[in-house]
Design a protein around this ligand. Structure first.
Ligand SMILES: O=C(O)CCC(=O)C(=O)O
Length: 289
């Protein structure tokens, strides 16, 4: 595999750093070389075709929310996690693309570790919304330098399922209880403050029309969700990669999804280089892979 550059197409600007700190989310237009997206196309397709690594979120909604299958659209919401552990292209993207450097610039981090990646595909005609949630409640982490980079493989608009972010919600100091992602129903056995009800037209919600090559980055404490894909023809394929930086410690959260290495750590332990949460960028070395 020939791996594209680890350098972003352009630097993250001071205004973008300020917007991330103020709003808990920032849209970075035309920053990722699209060679990376070309590389991801086939692995994303293989991933969503494989029920061993992808969850049919449309079916999950029917199961957990007691929603009639008749209310499902013609499309499917397909999502998986931790693809980098099994697939060399996802591993290269998460560890050696420009994303770690972008995360470091926004969080003013000296070190960046990979927490996880995720495929998030809403096919045309997908009825499911992504329920409002906060990533932090799912992550066994505590600290300020934790973020999600959301990378579209298609142009995305409100019509096709743009993500909506509640500006400034990362400054609440709250850890919200995780839900089933396609239903407001909390995950069993989890703790945290209930996710507030936010109307779709709340003026604090911000949505971005994005193009391939753009990246949207949100703070792990920012509340966000996404609409259905109402288009009959346009797909909404995205890959999220989640990172944490210096100062972040493990915080084992009951009921939240665990990874193998979480059994080797205790709450309060600092995040250090580990095959399950590798160091992928440092201020002194740049890309660590
Ligand atoms: O793509 C979506 O529908 C939701 C994305 C999301 O919640 C995330 O990447 O943290």
């Amino acid at each position: 595999m020939s791996v594209p550059t680890s350098d972003p197409l352009r630097p993250v600007t001071a205004d973008e750093v300020d917007a991330f700190a103020r709003d808990g989310v920032v849209h970075l237009p035309a920053i990722l070389p699209t060679d990376w997206l070309d590389l991801l196309v086939d692995p994303v397709e293989a991933t969503i075709a494989d029920p061993a690594v992808t969850t049919d979120m449309t079916a999950l909604r029917t199961a957990v929310a007691g929603v009639s299958p008749d209310s499902a659209g013609t499309g499917r919401f397909l999502s998986g996690v931790d693809h980098w552990l099994h697939d060399p292209v996802f591993a290269a993207f998460a560890t050696a693309s420009p994303l770690p450097a972008i995360a470091a610039a926004l969080m003013d981090a000296d070190r960046i570790h990979l927490y996880e990646d995720s495929v998030l595909v809403k096919e045309p005609g997908t009825a499911e919304v992504t329920a409002l949630h906060q990533d932090l409640g799912y992550f066994h982490l505590d600290g300020d330098r934790i973020c999600t980079t959301w990378v579209p493989l298609d142009p995305v608009t409100v019509e096709t399922g743009a993500v909506a972010y509640l500006r400034g919600s990362h400054r609440s100091g709250l850890v919200h209880r995780p839900n089933w992602f396609v239903s407001d129903e909390p995950l069993p056995g989890t703790a945290g403050t209930p996710v507030p009800a936010i109307a779709d037209d709340d003026p604090r919600l911000v949505r971005f029309a994005v193009q391939p090559g753009d990246v949207v980055v949100h703070h792990a404490a920012t509340l966000h969700g996404a609409g259905p894909n109402r288009s009959d023809t346009a797909r909404r394929r995205a890959v999220s990669v989640r990172y944490c930086g210096d100062g972040v410690r493990y915080e084992l959260r009951p009921g939240a999804p665990t990874k193998a290495h979480h059994h080797e750590v205790r709450s309060g332990d600092p995040v250090v280089d580990h095959p399950g949460c590798p160091l992928v960028w440092s201020r002194t070395l740049g890309s660590a892979r």
